[in-house]
Design a protein around this ligand. Structure first.
Ligand code: ZN
Length: 323
């Protein structure tokens, strides 16, 4: 009995030692996580202040994700409480439009959390009217200093349009053609620009061209976005997400400036930044709320004026964009 007791005692001592070591390790992990969360909060607050800082912060987040070093910020109960009581316009630092594809989880791939990114997801990341309205909301009301138009590798929507243009299309459900018609000019342009590229090899080119198409459609439809970009308060940047590696490939931002210049010279671009201002803007009326002739229509179409975020603008969204 005696040797066994001695062994039991020894085991007990080891157990305490191990438990102590494990506790120390846990405490270290906790303080490491705390430090990472604090650094993230500081970075996010900085990112909110300028387009370049926001882009840099998104890049850092994607790098953490790719390296397997995500910190999964802002998913705590405390953050939820904050989301329930505060204005997202004081927190979210980026607007992102991406494809609905299940392989493109926007917050995860930027290692972001709740109330960090204003996301629009639609098949083929097209910028049609509803998407552009959402983007205007993200830039002018949620006051994010950057918009990312995020395409992705292996995009099914771009692939389907490419096949259709190659004469290999098949029957589509009735609501899909008006969705993908935004992608067609991009695919046609990619084919024209790369006459030597055959069959499905054109798809990666078409995917990039579709990002540029989205930016062009956005600028054509949204004078408010053009104003924000021209004033330097917001930047629009294109990027392609690789669904196999998790990496975001950032496209040259200079190209956005080229597209903006082209749109500014296009007489077909939309001119009035505010809804209900087709008779010329600058009257100082409250664009919609008190406009009897159009109030019903604007209640449906007014894109967020009656939502909970503060609507502090007067004439044009761009003019009152503050940081
Ligand atoms: Zn897609």
């Amino acid at each position: 009995m005696k040797p066994l007791n001695g062994l039991a005692m020894l085991t007990l001592v080891f157990c305490f030692l191990f438990a102590g070591a494990a506790n120390t390790a846990l405490a270290q992990d906790d303080s490491k996580a705390d430090a990472a969360a604090k650094a993230y909060a500081k970075g996010a607050a900085e990112a909110k202040k300028s387009p370049d800082k926001a882009i840099a912060f998104l890049k850092q987040g994607n790098e953490r994700f790719v390296m397997g070093k995500s910190i999964h910020p802002n998913v705590t109960a405390a953050r939820l409480k904050q989301a329930g009581t505060e204005n997202q316009g004081d927190h979210a630092y980026a607007t992102v439009i991406s494809c609905s594809d299940s392989r493109v989880p926007v917050e995860l791939l930027f290692d972001a959390g709740i109330m960090d990114i204003f996301v629009i997801r639609v098949a083929g990341n097209v910028c049609d009217t509803d998407e552009v309205g959402s983007i205007e909301y993200g830039l002018a009301h949620v006051k994010t200093p950057v918009l990312v138009v995020l395409g992705h590798t292996q995009c099914g929507a771009v692939t389907a349009v490419t096949h259709a243009i190659h004469g290999e299309g098949h029957a589509l459900e009735r609501n899909i053609p008006p969705l993908v018609d935004n992608i067609q000019p991009a695919v046609k342009r990619a084919i024209k620009q790369h006459p030597d590229v055959e069959d499905d090899d054109i798809i990666p080119h078409a995917i990039e061209e579709n990002v540029w198409q989205g930016i062009e459609d956005l600028f054509m439809k949204s004078p408010a976005t053009r104003d924000l970009v021209k004033s330097g308060k917001a930047k629009v940047i294109g990027a392609i997400y690789d669904v196999g590696t998790g990496k975001v490939d950032w496209l040259p931002i200079e190209k956005t400036a080229e597209i903006l210049k082209k749109v500014e010279a296009d007489p077909k671009r939309a001119m009035n930044p505010m809804a209900g201002d087709d008779h010329g803007h600058g009257h100082g009326h409250d664009h919609g709320h008190k406009h009897p002739a159009k109030s019903g229509q604007q209640a449906e179409q007014g894109g967020g004026h009656s939502h909970s975020e503060k609507s502090s603008h007067d004439k044009a969204g761009g003019e009152t964009h503050k940081h």
